[in-house]
Ligand binder design. Structure first.
Ligand code: TNX
Length: 545
């Protein structure tokens, strides 16, 4: 008995050894290190027997060329020195369609996906095994990996409203997500400080709503206003380009069109969307303003604003027209309709809203928000789309088919799952990547403190849920709000290495997740960031609290 348990212990430690020696993030379900190595050089070929692995082949060759300066020939068959990509075909798709196996021997590399996406994820693991320095011979250890994700929704949000990022950078951001096996890009396209997507029927949305006359300087309320006109939007052609680019990397793009709050930019373009079209713009308290406030203006500071969409027929027609142009651009099943932080003051003051509340037997203004969201949901459901809303959509009653994105901690997510609604966990307490990641942060951030280890410790499944309810947790998402993020370099500094930690939260089985092991793997990832030329915070010894 003692002997047996000794052998067992020995085997178990071998398994841990195998898991932790390879610097792969996210850590796979099963990793077995073998003897020997495979060497990729410019004679190595890629085998793509049926010519269907174009996405993975193109990504790999682009990666090799960019970081090592050579690419590989693609052939239908080879005897040795090859890397084969293949995807299984099933009569009935498996339960984990994003799974794959990766087998590296001294003679060959085989990546076999349970779907094209699975093959692509096998490639991402192979990339993690490549050296982190530029070389002409790339040595990778012989290994057998079996892998599939823990969650089917693995997301990241980029706010392009507070600060705008051009399509070249959005593509780079998407590449960085793909390298982390993230499969959803949530694109926050409209807010108080800018409307960023072309809508042909309403050109002023981008002409007027796409520009603000200035921006506060420094941390809210700021030390002044820079007085600079700040503009930016994506044409529908550019949106299509991004959706295609993401799709080639097995990433679904979910657009967010905020309603009924966070709508100052739309109101600046079309004041009739407000219950009080003739009232001047109210700037955020204690902030400096540039230009006039007599007409409706795009906001120049951060926060929550009282002038919101009026629940009028004019507004609903407008939103339906907008959505009619948005829907065909995004193949995603989901459209995010926001729903967060909608102050009720304007609706309280409006005789029209009070009448609407009475006529529809609504309890109060929260009931009216619910009425608003449900009307939009009904419209979108009719077009085959499902809505996602921030957890405020729980207030006043949840729209019948809505998926809830829980951001104010985990509470909203727990409540929604108990009501048998699908949930995406994005609690600010763990995954708000705009919060400071170091105690002695010397760049301006929104505040908060979210060090790497705290982020890594996140478990998207709250313990309050029973197994049936847990089923409703589709996955989780990192959010990057950009009030204090003006440039790509800061985007990267804020997301790395925390997004890398989250990739393990999203993908790896709980039993393989270990901070001690992650700590041994992350230094290699730092070197890989350097190879990629991305900025990062070299966090390791930050305290947890
Ligand atoms: C809350 S999260 C917001 C955003 C801000 C963010 C800053 C959410 C649904 N709303 O409008 O940018 O906090 O951390």
């Amino acid at each position: 008995m003692i002997k047996l348990s000794g052998i067992f212990l020995c085997l178990a430690s071998l398994q841990i050894y195998a898991q932790s020696t390879l610097p792969v993030i996210p850590v796979p379900v099963k990793t077995q290190v073998k003897t020997g190595q495979f060497i990729i050089n410019d004679q190595t070929v890629i085998v793509d027997r049926n010519g269907r692995e174009k996405a993975s082949v193109a990504f790999f060759n682009a990666y090799l060329e960019k970081y090592y300066g050579f690419k590989l020939r693609v052939v239908e068959k080879a005897g040795r020195n090859f890397i084969s990509f293949s995807t299984k075909t099933f009569i009935k798709a498996p339960a984990d369609p994003e799974g794959y196996t990766l087998a590296v021997s001294p003679l060959s590399v085989h990546i076999t996906g349970d779907s094209d996406a699975g093959t692509f994820y096998g490639l991402q693991t192979l990339i993690q095994l490549l050296p982190v320095e530029r070389a002409t011979e790339l040595k990778i250890p012989a290994v057998a990996v079996e892998d599939y994700p823990r969650f089917k929704y693995r997301g990241a949000m980029l706010d392009v409203t507070r600060h705008f990022f051009d399509i070249e950078y959005v593509k780079k951001f998407i590449d960085l997500l793909a390298l982390h096996k993230i499969n959803t890009f949530h694109w926050h396209l409209t807010d108080d400080q800018g409307w960023r997507i072309e809508i042909k029927k309403y050109p002023k949305l981008t002409e007027v709503g796409g520009c603000r006359n200035g921006t506060i300087i420094g941390r809210y309320p700021g030390t002044g206003n820079d007085g600079q006109k700040y503009c930016g939007y994506y044409t529908q052609e550019q949106v299509k380009e991004i959706v295609q680019y993401a799709g080639d990397r097995f990433i679904t793009v979910i657009p967010e069109i905020e309603l009924p709050g966070h709508s100052s930019a739309a109101i600046a373009a079309y004041p009739q969307l407000s219950c009080f079209p003739d009232e001047p713009t109210r700037a955020a308290p204690k902030t400096a303003w540039h230009g006039d406030t007599i007409r409706k203006n795009v906001q120049q500071a951060w926060g929550v604003f009282e002038d919101v969409y009026c629940p009028s027929e004019y507004t609903f027609n407008f939103l339906q027209d907008v959505l009619d142009e948005v829907i065909p651009l995004f193949p995603s099943r989901y459209i995010h309709i926001g729903g967060d932080e909608c102050p009720k003051e304007a609706w309280k003051r409006s005789a029209f809203c009070q009448k609407l509340i009475k006529e529809n037997n609504l309890k109060d203004e929260h009931g009216l928000q619910s009425y608003f969201v449900q009307r939009v949901e009904k419209y979108l459901n009719g077009k085959g789309k499902t809505i996602i809303g921030w957890d405020e959509i729980l207030e006043g009653g949840l729209a019948p088919n809505a998926t809830v994105m829980s951001w104010r901690g985990e509470k909203g997510g727990i409540e929604a799952a108990k009501q048998k609604h699908d949930v995406i966990m994005a609690p600010n307490s763990y995954i708000y990547l705009d919060y400071s990641q170091r105690k002695a942060e010397d760049s301006v951030t929104i505040g908060g403190y979210l060090p790497l280890q705290k982020v890594y410790s996140f478990n998207p499944i709250p313990k309050e849920l029973d197994p049936e309810e847990q089923h409703h947790i589709l996955g989780a998402q990192a959010n990057l709000w950009t009030e204090y993020i003006h440039y790509p370099s800061k985007v990267e500094y804020m997301i790395f290495p925390r997004l890398t930690a989250l990739s393990e939260v999203f993908w790896s089985p709980l039993k393989n997740k270990s901070w001690e092991s992650f700590k041994t793997r992350i230094p290699v990832q730092f070197k890989r960031y350097e190879l990629w030329g991305v900025h990062y915070y070299p966090a390791l010894n930050e305290p947890v609290k």
